[in-house]
Design a protein around this ligand. Sequence first.
Ligand SMILES: Nc1ncnc2c1ncn2[C@@H]1O[C@H](COP(=O)(O)OP(=O)(O)O)[C@@H](O)[C@H]1O
Ligand SMILES: Cc1ncsc1CCOP(=O)(O)O
Ligand SMILES: [Mg+2]
Length: 262
Amino acid sequence: MLIETLCGREAAQTLALMRAHSPLVHCMTNDVVQGFTANVLLALGASAAMVIDDDEAAQFSTMAGALLINVGTLTHARERAMRAAIGSAVSAGTPWVLDPVAVGALTLRTAFAHDALALRPAAVRGNASEILALAGASSGGRGVDSTDSALAALPAAQALARRYGAVVAVTGEVDYLTDGERVLSVEGGHPVMTRVVGTGCALSAVAAACCALPGDRLTHVGAACAIMARAGEQAARQSRGPGSFVPAFLDALWSLNGEALA
Ligand SMILES: Nc1ncnc2c1ncn2[C@@H]1O[C@H](COP(=O)(O)OP(=O)(O)O)[C@@H](O)[C@H]1O
Ligand SMILES: Cc1ncsc1CCOP(=O)(O)O
Ligand SMILES: [Mg+2]
């Protein structure tokens, strides 16, 4: 299997498009990461709005550039609102992205994520255990954390991508992305990113923003991974641990340039 490395110049082009287009992302995400997710999108030049009522969510997903569905703190009521939002996003042609947080052993989110796949997300982004569970190849990780390597989940990502026509990103020490045919890898980042809550969720929001941009979706979602990885490295150098990492990370996203990505 040929695994291509995402070219830094392409990631820089995606970042420039992000700042030029400033996509508005309708985030239906979990309670833990709302503020961090909005701040990550804002630091990159995109915008976020967290609209969660059933009726408003169905309205808003037609107006936004992209919709993020993250099942991290799913409830029956939220599931109804998410179904409504995805339904109108699909009718309006708004791309939507699925983050299958902790899918596997838990029944409500696992059944919902499987149903939602049939509604053809533009992209799916999860850690290795989540992607394996979504593909029916394992029963999930340890809560929201992965117990598998991203490379081990690549065949599952490819199967999902082919079956549902989505770009699938499986993240970890190395991130792998596939549209079912091509495979890209993105290296970098820093282990402290697993010690701060919400880096994966925020990456899924950035992937959603990227799906709103014109151009090749696989490259754009790969660029989302590269942008987060480069900012993570920079922030890790400038911070002393998880507490100081978060502000340093937002600053690094804000000041990230094409040179750093290349
Ligand atoms: N060991 C690691 N080294 C470097 N970067 C990592 C590592 N593990 C995860 N990352 C990065 O952290 C971010 C979140 O990924 P991940 O931890 O897989 O998602 P989640 O938070 O959903 O479990 C991604 O940008 C990923 O590349
Ligand atoms: C801790 C936690 N619990 C439910 S959702 C959530 C956040 C998970 O964030 P991430 O997947 O980015 O680590
Ligand atoms: Mg996650």
